[in-house]
Design a protein around this ligand. Structure first.
Ligand SMILES: [Zn+2]
Ligand SMILES: [Zn+2]
Length: 240
């Protein structure tokens, strides 16, 4: 097994010499076979900083009460947290992942998420991991749901099982881009449902998504999960 993985590493290193990989963000050459981004771009990822709001995860929030951002809201999820701020490098990465399947980049971001979860949440309290689903049509167009990919990575390190079949998108919602906060919540209303509700009954669910903006998407998913009997829904997004 060890021999095999060493062999694989040499092959990857050799391929990297013949076909040098470039950083997808700045196009500079990458010398390490394990990295998807160059050092500079990776360190430019703007991580969120604790303390986080106990409810929506906003940085510099209060640990015990709602921050100004989420105070007016009644979310269906119990708690949300985000790994990075949606700026610069990370913004470009998520955009690239959305339209081009870049598995190495997704893996690197996925491990960033798993490290964040290890540091800030007790994964052993979660019974099942799921991801915000794409509508069937969009899933076919893109062929890749990055939220699901991140959720898979989280499941791998934690051994908490995942399920990506039971929470489904029943409404092909229009893009949230340029919608106001109220319109986003309206757009997402009843957009999700649970096909096999027993999967979530009485369970503490970890819901993964790529971006948290107003919380409308996470909220709509959490609503469907709670209707299916989930006892708790914790949301983790890559960015906000
Ligand atoms: Zn770079
Ligand atoms: Zn908050």
């Amino acid at each position: 097994m060890k021999l095999f993985s060493t062999g694989k590493w040499y092959l990857a290193a050799l391929l990297n010499v013949i076909f040098p990989s470039v950083c997808p963000v700045c196009k500079k050459r990458i010398f390490s076979v394990q990295e998807a981004l160059c050092r500079e771009c990776f360190t430019n990822i703007n991580l969120t900083l604790a303390p986080f709001c106990r409810y929506c995860g906003k940085s510099k929030g209060f640990h015990d009460r709602r921050c100004d951002f989420c105070r007016p809201e009644q979310y269906s999820f119990d708690r949300a947290l985000s790994v990075c701020n949606y700026t610069g490098t990370l913004r470009k990465c998520l955009h690239m992942l959305k339209y081009k399947r870049k598995v190495r980049l997704a893996t690197e971001l996925g491990s960033l998420m798993t490290r964040f979860i290890q540091a800030h949440l007790n994964i052993r309290e979660m019974d099942i991991i799921t991801a915000v689903p794409l509508h069937k049509k969009r899933r076919l167009e893109r062929g890749f749901n990055q939220a699901e990919f991140f959720a898979r990575k989280t499941s791998e390190f934690s051994t908490t099982p995942f399920d990506f079949k039971s929470l489904i998108r029943v409404k092909n919602t229009r893009s949230q881009f340029e919608l106001t906060k109220v319109e986003r919540f309206e757009n997402m209303r009843e957009a999700f449902g649970c096909k096999h509700s027993q999967v979530f009954t009485g369970k503490s669910v970890l819901l993964i998504d790529d971006i948290f903006t107003t919380g409308a998407t996470a909220n709509a998913c959490a609503e469907a999960l709670k209707q299916a009997g989930a006892s708790k829904v914790t949301v983790v997004t890559m960015a906000r």
